[in-house]
Design a protein around this ligand. Structure first.
Ligand SMILES: NC(=O)c1ccc[n+]([C@@H]2O[C@H](COP(=O)([O-])OP(=O)(O)OC[C@H]3O[C@@H](n4cnc5c(N)ncnc54)[C@H](OP(=O)(O)O)[C@@H]3O)[C@@H](O)[C@H]2O)c1
Length: 261
């Protein structure tokens, strides 16, 4: 496949965990991949790591909470690789606590990082990224099983991810006639740096060890273990493929059976 024929994918939060696995897989599947995250050092390091693997990857710093920043990032992707074909909204944060004690600042930051960002990046990809003019495209939002069920001590996170699922269904129906599909991937427990931070948070909240929290969580998963970032990326790679053209407005779980809804 010549460079000109390759599709361009943009992936937010691609320096760690699920986003990194997604960037690596899409690049291996012949996409030109433009990544972003807040840490310039991590973006540069990840770009180098993936380029050293022979993959066509570049990137720039972005904070998905900034409308101007997101616009500049999508413009940088266009300048580097051409117009956008595939968007993966992956950047996100955990966050919660006893709801009565949650500071307004935390609530707003979780909603801004996890939900408003998905609208922002998607709108910019459709406009500045040129996706709106195409007759084939993919928008893939990394939501969570917490976007379908309530997570105790995770009200802002659950609310943000339910919002992502709702946005996905509405935009999927809106864009269905255009050939651009919109889907959410809903991971359950996935072993990443975020998952480690979440276990630390619950250990503190329940006055338990992180090992005890890990055992408790694993016991809830029918498969008995966390999913891997690569297993989540596998579904993203499939949704990005031509074979997935008739899948739209869906929220699909990768969760070891945790959520059967
Ligand atoms: N791990 C799980 O168990 C799990 C389960 C369900 C859903 N998810 C979802 O999957 C996605 C990825 O999670 P993960 O576990 O892979 O997390 P992770 O290992 O913590 O990676 C998060 C990535 O997002 C970037 N990021 C965070 N805030 C950002 C911001 N404001 N702007 C731009 N980039 C930002 C981080 O880089 P910087 O910090 O440098 O910006 C990093 O690259 C999230 O949306 C998360 O909610 C995870």
């Amino acid at each position: 496949m010549s460079d000109q024929d390759k599709r361009v994918a943009v992936v937010t939060g691609a320096t760690s965990g699920i986003g990194l696995a997604v960037a690596r897989l899409l690049a291996a599947q012949d996409h030109r991949v433009f990544i972003g995250a807040r840490s310039a050092e991590n973006v540069a390091q990840t770009v180098k790591e993936l380029q050293d693997e022979g993959l066509e990857v570049d990137g720039a710093v972005v904070d998905v909470r900034s409308t101007d920043g997101v616009r500049a990032w999508i413009q940088a992707a266009v300048d580097r690789f051409g117009s956008v074909d595939v968007v993966v909204n992956n950047a996100g944060r955990s966050g919660g606590g006893v709801t009565a004690d949650i500071a307004e600042e935390l609530w707003h930051d979780v909603i801004d990082t996890n939900l408003n960002s998905v609208f922002r990046v998607t709108r910019e990809a459709l406009t500045t990224g040129g996706l709106r003019a195409k007759d084939r495209g993919r928008i893939i939002n990394i939501a969570s099983t917490a976007g379908k069920q309530g997570v105790v001590l995770g009200a802002p996170y659950s609310a943000s991810k339910h919002g992502v699922v709702g946005f996905t269904k509405a935009l999927g129906n809106e864009l269905a006639p255009t050939g651009i599909t919109v889907n959410a991937v809903c991971p359950g427990y996935v072993e990443t740096p975020m998952a480690q931070r979440v276990r630390q948070g619950y250990a503190a909240a329940y006055d338990a060890t992180e090992e005890a929290i890990l055992e408790k969580f694993q016991a809830k998963i029918p498969l008995g273990r966390y999913s891997t970032p690569e297993e989540v990326a596998g579904l993203v790679g499939y949704l990005a493929s031509d074979a997935a053209a008739s899948i739209t407005s869906q929220a699909l779980n990768v969760c070891g059976g945790l959520g059967n809804f």
